[in-house]
Structure formats: C-alpha cells, structure tokens
Design a binder for this molecule. Structure first.
Ligand code: GLN
Length: 488
C-alpha cells in the first residue's frame, strides 16, 4: 500500500507542492485526517490547532500562486514539543503547573519556522519539563511508540518522535538536554539532530538545564533534518549563549561533502548493558562505512564512566534554579488552599509539579547548598571539562565518532519504574551535551521483534554540515527510513 501523503519526506512534498500536484491546504487536511485516524492510539499531542493550520496552509498556497513561495518548508506541517513557545498557543511543558498557560510570544525557532512558511499545527507531548527518557512523566499521560503501542517512544521528546513516525506531522522540533532528541528518534525509527550548543537560539524554550539545553529537528531523512536546521539555526541577540556562527546551506553542503571520512569508535560505548541486537546493528553500520572506504579507528573517551554522575549533578542544579520561577505568583498553577505567601509557594509547587520534577529540584538544591557546593557542583564542573577534553582529543584523529544512540530499543510502558533504570537510558547521549557537541541519530535497523534501532554520529563543534553528510552516506546505502509502522 502506498504511504499516506503525510509520511512522505519534506523533499518529496516540496516537489509535489512546487508542481502543484497537491496544495498546502490538501497537505494540512491529510495530516489532520491521518492524526484523527491514529492519535487515539499514539497520543503524541497535548493540543492541536487545526483551524490555525488550515489558515497558514491557505496563506502558503496564496504565496505560491503569486510566485512568492519561501523555500523548502513553505506549506509543510510541523509540530513543536510543548516546551517551545508559540504565540497564542498552550505551553504546558506537560506539567500541571502550566496546564492552563498560553504563551504570549513566539520562541525564536517558532518565528523562524513561520518566516519559512511552515504550517505549525500542534504541541507535542513530552516528559514533564523535559525530565525523563520515556514520556511517561507527562502529567497528561504517556505517548505510545507507533511501532509497538505497548512500548514507550523514548523521551523526553517522545511526542515529537512518535508524531513523525506515525505521520501526524512532516517534521517536528524537540529539545535535547541529555539525549531527549536522539534517544526518542532512535526508539521511533526517525532522524533526530542535537545541534552544537549555541547554534540554535533557546529564546522561548522553557529552560531545564541552561548549560546543556539545545533545540533541534526530528525528520524522516537526513536531508529533511538539514532543511529544518537551516531554517532555525543562526545567531539570535535574544539568547546570550547564541554563537556568531556562519550558517551554511546545509542541504547544498550535503551534496558537496562526500568523504571518505575518518570515524572513531569509542570503546567505552560498547560495554555492559548494550542490547545484543543494538550492538549487532551498530557493528554492521561500522562495516558499511569501512566498505565505503572510511577509515575506522578505535578511540578512547576515558572519562565516560563519570558522565552520568556529572550530568545528574549539573542538570539538577540548573533545573532547581530555573524552576524556582514557578511559585504560584507569576506563572501557572496557584494553590487555592494557601494561608500566607510562603504557604502559597509550598502548596502551588507541591500541587503543580510531578514526582520526577520534585526529585530533581530536591537533588539540585542539595548539590548547590552551602557546604556541598564545592564537593558536588564545582567538582562536577571540573569533570565536565575533562569529558569535553576527551572528545576534543579524539577529534585530532577522526572527523566524527560512531556509537549506539540508546543501549536498548523501546521498552514496555511501565517497565522501568526505578529512576536510575531510566537514567541509564542516557549513557551514550549525555556526554555530547556535557561537551556541547552536535550529534545525530539515524535509523540503522530493527530488532528481531521489529523495533527500530538508532546509530549515533557525534561531530565536531559547529561541523553540522560534515556530520549530516556522514549520516547521509550511511542512510543512502539502506532503506530503513522507508519502513513504516503497521498502524493501519
Ligand atoms: N533523559 C534525560 C533526563 O531525564 C535527558 C532529558 C533531556 O534531554 N531533556 O534528564
């Protein structure tokens, strides 16, 4: 059976729109119809704006008719993780705290997508305040993995990955603090890119851990990811960590950069806890690159064993500070039972936040407290420097690193109840955030049970063009991205 139109790539849809074989309104209607057919089972969205999407699509058609189409995203339906602000739309972070909050303004990425003509059409479910690896921490209920509805889509951007895999959007945005784009991309069989820290503005992103957070795209193909990245990347005076980097035409660069590449295989990323099917698929990917003439080098990132501890000190410390603003006064939930001001803070936060968010605030407050700051937070910052140095040392010899994205494929909903078991999902992704590097997850096969597997490629700072070209070299030789979950 032919794919529903909403399962086509942006590149294919762009050609159809260009040729006037379809209109943007027809495409938006197709995405809406597909979503109505599958969303009851997938639950990828927290909210949807069908009339807004149809109006934006009609405007796109009018531009095209006037010969003023704005480029490859004009008329393409895109979904946003529910931590990225869009004016007039709900912005909940999948939390009771913000259940009724409507954003008064656009995030920079949102404004840029609108300028590119994208049809923004829904807000995607995630773990509460992006804390988690399974989307089960959402206050609005979990999202299901389209490949097996009894399993998680990964997290925290699980809705962004699942909506794309299910054909409920043609591209989506997520945020990645410790793996939240790459891990769900791997578990849902789509491409997910975490850009270099500073390449994409976080203005209008609800902050989790500000020294780690990055916004990035989910897409069906590497080329589509390059298209979306091109639209959202670049300096923004509204984000003080935004880098003054030249933004190349990533799609054009894909054609120019052909390798062969030098790829490093970090031995610390193939140890205990790696699912055999995942390991085998990644080994086959390595063999493929070698057969294509790439140089494959074993490398070592010796501080890898410290990544998880370092991350959970820094991320929780920053989260405890960032989430202090949710006090029942200015934003979001306000307790009806408070007797005085202090009681208002206590009760609003107790009622508004879920268990995992509270756990992180408590841990983060502890590691920042007087007497413990030097022992935990300061020491974690020093180890972080060593972790980054490991990567930079490896890059003296190789162009990129190749690892599994997640040690395991999608697990069952409810299967991992112990927080530490979930934290271990991030062992291959968090080092990248601590080091501020770009990394992409590309589909690289399926388990014998039919669950997607992701390959992670980690690039040099601001070398997204190389990274995407390396990823595409693999994608071209395989048809994984053409497979579809059996939702029909
Ligand atoms: N799973 C990690 C965490 O729970 C990463 C989350 C993220 O990248 N937002 O913190």
């Amino acid at each position: 059976m032919a794919d529903p139109i909403s399962l086509k790539s942006i590149a294919e849809l762009g050609a159809l729109l260009e040729a006037k074989a379809i209109s943007a309104v027809e495409l938006a209607q197709a995405v809406i119809a597909r979503t109505q057919a599958v969303e009851g089972r997938v639950h990828a969205f927290n909210s949807r704006d069908e009339s807004g999407a149809l109006a934006a699509a009609a405007a796109s058609d009018a531009r095209r008719a006037a010969g003023q189409a704005r480029g490859p995203l004009d008329g393409i339906p895109v979904g946003l993780k529910d931590v990225i602000a869009a004016a007039g739309q709900p912005l909940t972070a999948s939390s009771r705290m913000l259940a009724n909050f409507v954003s008064p303004y656009d995030a920079t990425v949102t404004a840029r997508l609108k300028e590119a003509g994208a049809v923004l059409w829904g807000r995607l479910n995630c773990d509460e305040f992006a804390m988690g690896s399974s989307t089960e921490n959402s206050a609005f209920g979990p999202t299901a993995n389209p490949w097996d509805l009894a399993r998680v889509p990964g997290g925290s951007s699980g809705g962004s990955a699942a909506a794309l895999a299910a054909g409920e959007a043609c591209a989506t945005l997520g945020s990645d603090t410790g793996g939240s784009i790459r891990q769900p991309a791997a578990l849902c069989g789509v491409v997910g890119l975490k850009p270099t820290y500073g390449l994409v503005s976080r203005y209008g992103l609800i902050a989790f851990a500000s020294s780690l957070d990055q916004i990035g795209p989910f897409a069906r193909t590497v080329e589509d990811a390059a298209t979306v990245l091109g639209a959202i990347a670049g300096h923004d005076p509204l984000d003080s960590t935004s880098f003054h980097a030249e933004v190349p035409d990533y799609r054009a660069e894909l054609k120019r950069r052909t390798g062969p590449w030098r790829l490093g295989i970090p031995k610390e990323y193939f140890g205990e806890g790696l699912d055999p099917a995942v390991g085998a698929a990644v080994e086959q990917a390595i063999a493929y690159y070698r057969a294509q003439g790439c140089e494959i080098k074993p490398v070592s990132l010796p501080h890898t064993p410290y990544c998880l501890d370092t991350y959970y000190i820094i991320a929780t410390a920053e989260a405890s500070s960032n989430l202090a603003r949710f006090d029942g006064v200015r934003y979001g939930h306000r307790s009806k039972f408070a007797t005085d001001a202090v009681d208002l803070y206590f009760k609003s936060r107790a009622e508004g936040f879920g268990a995992e968010v509270k756990r992180r605030i408590i841990l983060g407050t502890y590691v920042l407290s007087s007497g413990y700051y030097d022992a935990y937070y300061l020491r974690a910052q020093k180890v972080r420097t060593l972790i980054r140095q490991d990567f930079l040392n490896a890059y003296r010899e190789v162009d990129a690193l190749l690892t599994p994205t997640s040690p395991v494929p999608a697990f069952k909903l409810g299967e991992k109840s112990d927080p530490l078991a979930l934290y271990l999902c991030d062992i291959y992704t968090i080092g990248v955030n601590l080091a501020g590097l770009p990394a992409v997850s590309v589909p690289c096969g399926f388990t014998p049970g039919g669950l997607p597997i992701g390959l992670q490629l980690i690039g040099q700072p601001f070398q997204e063009a190389n990274l995407l070209a390396i990823a595409q070299a693999y994608e071209r030789g395989h048809d994984w991205v053409l497979r579809r979950p059996a939702l029909d």
